[in-house]
Write a protein that binds this ligand. Structure first.
Ligand code: F6P
Length: 498
C-alpha cells in the first residue's frame, strides 16, 4: 500500500454536513442502502464523491475485492495462525466442502436438540450456558434480543469467573431440570472450566444423580472436552477455522437454537446469509459494510477520532454495544500489519455505547459539546417489542432521530455554554423489526464491516494475541505464587492475602 495514501485521502476537501445537504437534493437517496430489512442511512457522514473515489482507490491498492473473494472461498485469511475464517460457511456461503462440514455439524446439533425436546435428558426447563468472550456474547445478545416472549426454555448465560454471576443465574433454576452447555472453542479457558465445575457441584449438592451427564460441550477441541469428562455423545463440535467472536452461527449458538427453536435459528442464519450475498456481490459504493467501513476509516484516520459510539434505541438490542466491542476491538485493535510490520496508522477506534434514550441523559452532553469528535451510530427498529401504548415507541424513534439532527445541525449561540457547534456525524440503521432474520443480517453486516476495515488497514482481524500476556501472568501467579513482579503488583497481592 503506498505510504502516502492516507495523506491523499486527507487532502480531499470535505464540506460541512449542512453544506452537503444544502447542495445535494439527492443526498439521502444516494447515501442510503436498503438490505435485509435494514435501512442504512450514511447521509449524515462527511463522505462525498471525492472521498468515495479516494476510498475506492484505497480499496484497489489494498486488493480488497480479492480479499473478499478469499474470505468466501475459504482461503487463508488468518496468516498468523494459518487458517481460513469459516463463519460465512456456517451460513451456507463458503467453499463447498466447508459448507458441507458446517451443515453436517449443525445437523448433529439439531439431532441433540430434538432428543432433548423428546425427553432424552429427562425433564428440562433451564439451559445454563457457560462460556466467555465470543463463546458467550453472541448467545447472550440473541437470547436477550429474541427470547423475551416465547422462549422454549429458560436460558441463562454466565461468563464471569466471579461466581456472583453464576449464583444469580442459578438462583431460580431447578438443578434437576437444568442442562449445562459448556461453550469454549479451546476448552481450556479458566473462567469457563471453573464455572462449569461449580455448576456440576451445584447439581451434586442438590442431589442430582449424574450431574456430569447433564453437561453438553460446544467446542472446536472435542479431545479436551472428553479429557475434561464430557461424553462424546454430548459434544457438539465446530470447525477450528470459525473464530471465537464469529462463532454464534455454529454450535456456540446451541442455546439460541434450543431456546428459540430450530426455525428461528435457521432464520437467523438465512438473514446473515442474505447480508453475505449483499456484501459479496454489491458494487463497493452501494455496499453497506463497505460504506460503513469507509466512514469508520475517514473518522479514525483523517479526523483522528479515537472512539466511535453505538446506541441501540431498542431495549432488545441493549447488549449490542458489548457484542460489538469484542468484534471490533479484538479483531482490529492491533499495532502491526498482517505481515508483522508496524501499522503506522491508527488501529480500530475504541467502540463504546449504550441504550437510547437512557444514554441521552448520561453521555450525550459530551457528544454534543465535548472537545472530542465522536462518530455516532443509532440502531432503531420501526416495530416495538411490546404491547404498551404506541406513544412509547413513537417517543423512542423521535428522540433517536432528534439526536442525529441535533448532532448534525448544531445551534449557534453567543453564550458559549449554550452553543452547539454541530457538524457531528452519525449513521442510522433503521430496522423493520427485531426478528431472527434482521438480527442475523445486522450481525453479519458488522462482521463484514470489521473485515473491510481490517483489509484497508492491512490488519489480520482473526487473531488475538493481545489477550495472552495477562492470562499467562494470572496463570503464573495462580500456579507458582507471586514472585518477580513489579512492586505495585506484589504489594496488591500481599494486601489481598493471596
Ligand atoms: O481471551 C480471548 C478469547 O480467546 C476470545 O477470543 C474468545 O472468544 C474467548 O477468549 C473464549 O475462548 P474459548 O471459546 O476458547 O473459551
Amino acid at each position: 500500500m503506498p505510504r502516502n495514501i492516507w495523506n491523499t485521502i486527507a487532502a480531499v476537501p470535505a464540506d460541512s454536513l449542512r453544506h452537503i445537504f444544502a447542495n445535494d437534493a439527492q443526498r439521502v437517496q444516494n447515501m442510503t442502502v436498503r438490505q435485509s430489512g435494514i435501512l442504512f442511512d450514511f447521509s449524515k457522514t462527511h463522505l462525498n464523491d471525492g472521498l468515495l473515489a479516494a476510498f475506492q482507490s484505497l480499496a484497489g491498492h489494498a486488493k480488497f475485492t480479492e480479499a473478499r473473494e478469499k474470505l468466501f472461498s475459504g482461503e487463508i485469511v488468518n496468516p498468523s495462525e494459518g487458517r481460513a475464517a469459516e463463519h460465512t460457511a456456517e451460513r451456507g456461503n463458503g467453499a463447498a466442502q466447508q459448507v458441507e462440514m458446517a451443515k453436517a455439524l449443525q445437523a448433529r446439533m439439531r439431532g441433540l436438540i430434538e432428543a432433548i425436546d423428546a425427553g432424552a435428558m429427562g425433564e428440562v426447563k433451564h439451559i445454563l450456558h457457560i462460556g466467555i468472550g465470543g463463546s458467550a456474547l453472541g448467545p447472550k445478545l440473541l437470547i436477550d434480543a429474541l427470547g423475551r416472549d416465547d422462549a422454549r426454555y429458560d436460558v441463562k448465560v454466565v461468563s464471569n469467573v466471579d461466581a456472583a454471576a453464576l449464583a444469580e443465574a442459578v438462583a431460580n433454576m431447578d438443578p434437576h431440570k437444568t442442562i449445562v452447555a459448556v461453550a469454549s472453542k479451546t476448552f481450556t479457558t479458566t473462567e469457563t472450566l471453573m464455572n462449569a465445575a461449580s455448576a456440576i457441584e451445584w447439581m451434586k449438592q442438590a442431589g442430582v444423580s449424574d450431574p456430569e451427564g447433564r453437561i453438553i460441550a460446544l467446542t472446536a477441541n472435542p479431545e479436551k472436552a472428553i479429557e475434561w469428562g464430557v461424553d462424546e455423545s454430548r459434544i457438539l463440535p465446530f470447525n477450528e477455522a470459525v473464530g471465537g467472536r464469529y462463532s454464534l452461527w455454529c454450535s456456540i449458538g446451541f442455546p439460541v437454537a434450543i431456546g428459540l427453536g430450530w426455525a428461528a435459528y435457521e432464520e437467523l442464519l438465512e438473514g446473515a446469509a442474505a447480508m453475505d450475498r449483499h456484501f459479496k456481490t454489491s458494487d463497493l459504493t452501494s455496499n453497506a459494510p463497505v460504506l460503513a467501513a469507509y466512514a469508520d476509516l475517514y473518522y479514525s484516520q483523517v479526523r483522528k477520532c479515537q472512539t466511535r459510539a453505538v446506541f441501540a434505541y431498542d431495549e432488545r438490542l441493549r447488549l449490542l454495544p458489548d457484542y460489538l466491542q469484542q468484534l471490533e476491538m479484538e479483531s482490529n485493535g492491533k499495532s502491526v500489519t498482517a505481515s508483522g510490520e508496524p501499522l503506522g496508522v491508527n488501529s480500530a477506534p475504541v467502540t463504546w455505547g449504550g441504550v437510547g434514550t437512557d444514554a441521552q441523559h448520561a453521555v450525550f452532553q459530551l457528544l454534543h459539546q465535548g472537545t472530542h469528535l465522536i462518530p455516532v451510530e443509532f440502531i432503531v427498529s420501526k416495530t416495538p417489542g411490546h404491547d404498551f401504548d404506541p406513544a412509547h415507541h413513537e417517543t423512542l424513534l423521535i428522540n433517536c432521530f432528534a439526536q442525529g439532527a441535533a448532532l448534525m445541525s448544531g445551534r449557534k449561540s453567543d453564550d458559549g455554554a449554550r452553543n452547539y457547534v454541530g457538524d457531528r456525524p452519525s449513521v442510522t440503521l433503521l430496522l423493520e423489526d427485531v426478528t431472527p432474520s434482521v438480527v442475523g443480517a445486522l450481525i453479519a453486516f458488522y462482521e463484514h464491516r470489521t473485515y473491510v476495515n481490517a483489509m484497508l488497514l492491512d490488519i489480520n482481524p482473526f487473531d488475538q494475541f493481545g489477550v495472552e500476556l495477562g492470562k499467562e501472568i494470572a496463570k503464573a501467579i495462580a500456579q507458582d505464587g507471586p514472585s518477580g513482579f513489579d512492586a505495585s503488583t506484589m504489594a496488591l497481592i500481599a494486601e489481598a492475602e493471596l
